[in-house]
Design a protein around this ligand. Structure first.
Ligand code: A3P
Length: 322
């Protein structure tokens, strides 16, 4: 038996067990021994009670903005780096540690009255996100929004085009989604960001491997768009928010925008910015046909998953499967 000074010992250990070199942050408040050695300045409830996980382009900003109107629902401080989202559980931010994450949340003054949440739309399809989120927030509720994956893919393409992404500017949507494995890398990358998040069933199964169905709420993005107050009322029940507020008079449809917007205190309306609810031509029918076939098996799996969870099949899914 031999030993080494601490740093060399750690290096040696991780050489022998490289799979353990990535940390998994657990919740110090759920283990008496951790809690006993944790700084007394830390607050256990400075962590989110629910996560809005995306995927991108399904209406996550609308949901986030409307939820933030609720007096007891409090979101994270915006991150300057990642378009306001914290994006902790995916990517390299995770290695910045628990304190880094917790500092995005206000210290709650009255534990019973604030209900914190975080929205990072990239969580939905991040491979490691469910395992990491569950290790830290096993009791959190998980909220996801689904729209037709075809529509989502096209919205992402339009989003990238508006941001002057080279591939999106250069190639038509049909060329992007049908790009072969020999296509230029920028085209393949855009294709995968357009298509992969829309493989809903496989991503949801990964979440369901860690969280029970009772902690997961699946929102129909078309309902969120067409009647956000109903969705928000239902969401509050699911989250068991202590003080229920009716959103019916807090949101109003604005025909020029084509979406629901917030009603302000002066009784005017405040809509999301021009990057949300963009105007663009409808999906090219060839691309639509190709994608219907592309998503068929995944959509069948989604339909089975929803049936298993005793959830309704959204109209867009019926249409995509027809
Ligand atoms: P488009 O801009 O392609 O129409 P996310 O916030 O997740 O990126 O989603 C953006 C999408 O939210 C928009 O995509 C739009 O269709 C949808 N959306 C839903 N409700 C909205 C609302 N009240 N205002 C603006 N966009 C909304």
């Amino acid at each position: 038996l031999s030993t080494l000074p601490p740093i060399q010992l750690a290096e040696k250990y991780f050489q022998m067990f490289p799979e353990e070199s990535n940390p998994v942050w657990v919740n110090p408040c759920l283990d008496k021994r951790h809690l006993a050695i944790w700084s007394s300045k830390k607050a256990c409830n400075q962590l989110p009670k629910f996560l809005v996980i995306g995927p991108q382009k399904t209406g996550t900003t609308a949901l986030y903005t409307f939820l933030s109107m609720h007096p007891v629902i409090v979101s994270n401080h915006p991150s300057g780096e990642t378009f306001e989202e914290v994006q902790f559980f995916n990517g390299n931010n995770y290695f910045k540690g628990l304190d880094w994450y917790m500092n995005f949340f206000p210290i709650p003054t009255n534990s019973s009255s604030s209900y914190m949440f975080e929205k990072s739309a990239t969580y939905f399809d991040g491979e490691l996100v469910p395992v990491r989120a569950h290790a830290l927030l096993p009791h959190a509720k998980i909220v996801t929004i689904l729209i037709s994956p075809i529509k989502r893919a096209y919205s992402w393409y339009q989003h990238m085009k508006a941001h002057e992404d080279h591939a999106a500017v250069k190639y038509a949507f049909y060329e992007v989604v049908t790009a072969s494995d020999n296509a230029p890398k920028i085209l393949r990358d855009l294709k995968s960001r357009c298509l992969n998040p829309g493989l809903y069933a496989q991503h949801l199964e990964r979440w369901l491997a860690f969280y029970p169905p009772s902690q997961l709420m699946i929102i129909d993005g078309e309902e969120l768009k067409g009647d956000p107050a109903i969705v928000l009322n239902r969401l509050q029940q699911f989250l068991k928010i202590p003080s229920f507020i009716d959103f019916t008079n807090k949101l109003r449809y604005v025909p020029q925008k084509g979406f629901y917007c917030q009603v302000t205190q002066q009784n005017s309306t405040k809509c999301l910015g021009h990057t949300k609810g963009r105007h663009y031509p409808p999906v090219d029918p060839l691309a639509q046909k190709f994608l219907k076939a592309f998503y068929l098996s995944s959509n069948i799996a989604l339909s089975k998953l929803l049936t298993r969870l005793r959830l309704p099949i959204p109209q867009w899914l019926e249409d995509d499967l027809s």
